[in-house]
Design a protein around this ligand. Structure first.
Ligand code: URA
Length: 253
């Protein structure tokens, strides 16, 4: 990935409540109340107007007299996760984690959801908690596309069950798209598109219809596809990709 270091230059002016929320002080609404309550100062002057704008890394903002650390730059990354890697920040058993693939010098980022230890493919990482929350919220139905190699060749009736709903121990799955990409003698390549994200869902759905997963990869998350990103490689999303992700979770609202 290109140089992850960004100079700590002045940011764009932004409303004080957004700045406080991005700094992790409180939600935007609660930050507005802090301002209205006269608890926030900018460059030594108490402010009362929630429309006040501040420039990150230039203006000195305090809440109840305590200095607010400027928010970290927002980072949005895509990793092609290899097999045998944990989607966690650290692993008590010492197994490799996705963190080893990130360049040094980045602010701390977090995986958006999980891929199993043996699953490969598209994993998003960000420190934008608001976007991560939107993407993972089950109500927003962001589609995730998986390619699986399965034992046996699913019949049309198996595909219909995958599409219409499979009863798992945590309930019926919601409608999905399922198709066979390639039929081999004893195995098949299957594409499954899910709009929910339960634990080991693809593996459990395919096992439930009698075709256990042999290998699994996620090739798309919302509007983003893995493309030709090599396994183990990471890249920054460009601003249009971040906007497209946000739109996929909010329906453009
Ligand atoms: N479904 C699974 O079963 N495993 C994953 O890693 C992702 C989705």
């Amino acid at each position: 990935m290109a140089d992850p270091q960004k100079p700590s230059e002045a940011g764009e002016p932004e409303r004080i409540a957004k700045y406080l929320a991005r700094s992790g002080i409180a939600s935007r609404r609660a930050s507005e109340e802090l301002v209205a309550g006269g608890r926030v100062s900018v460059n030594g002057t108490v402010i009362h107007e929630p429309g006040t704008k501040v420039v990150p890394r230039v203006d000195e903002v305090r809440v109840d007299g305590l200095l607010v650390e400027p928010p970290a730059e927002l980072e949005y990354l895509m990793l092609n996760k290899p097999m045998g890697v944990m989607t966690t920040l650290d692993d008590p058993q010492g197994r490799p984690t996705v963190m080893r693939f990130l360049p040094s010098g980045l602010p701390r980022v977090f995986p958006v959801g999980r891929l199993d230890y043996t699953t490969t493919g598209l994993l998003l990482l960000t420190n934008d908690g608001e976007l991560a929350h939107l993407l993972m919220h089950p109500r927003h139905h962001v589609p995730k596309v998986y390619h699986a190699v399965v034992d046996g060749v699913p019949a049309e009736s198996d595909l219909r069950r995958l599409r219409e709903g499979v009863l798992l121990d945590d309930g019926l799955t919601s409608p999905a798209e399922a198709r066979v990409l390639e039929r081999r003698e004893r195995t098949a390549a299957v594409q499954l598109t899910l709009r929910e994200g339960r634990k080991r869902q693809v593996r459990r759905m395919l096992s439930a219809v009698g075709h256990p997963v042999i290998a699994l990869s996620r090739i798309a998350y919302g509007p983003l596809t893995l493309g030709d990103l090599p396994e183990g490689a990471v890249r920054r999303l460009d601003p249009s990709e971040v906007e497209a992700l946000r739109a996929s979770a909010t329906g453009g609202r």
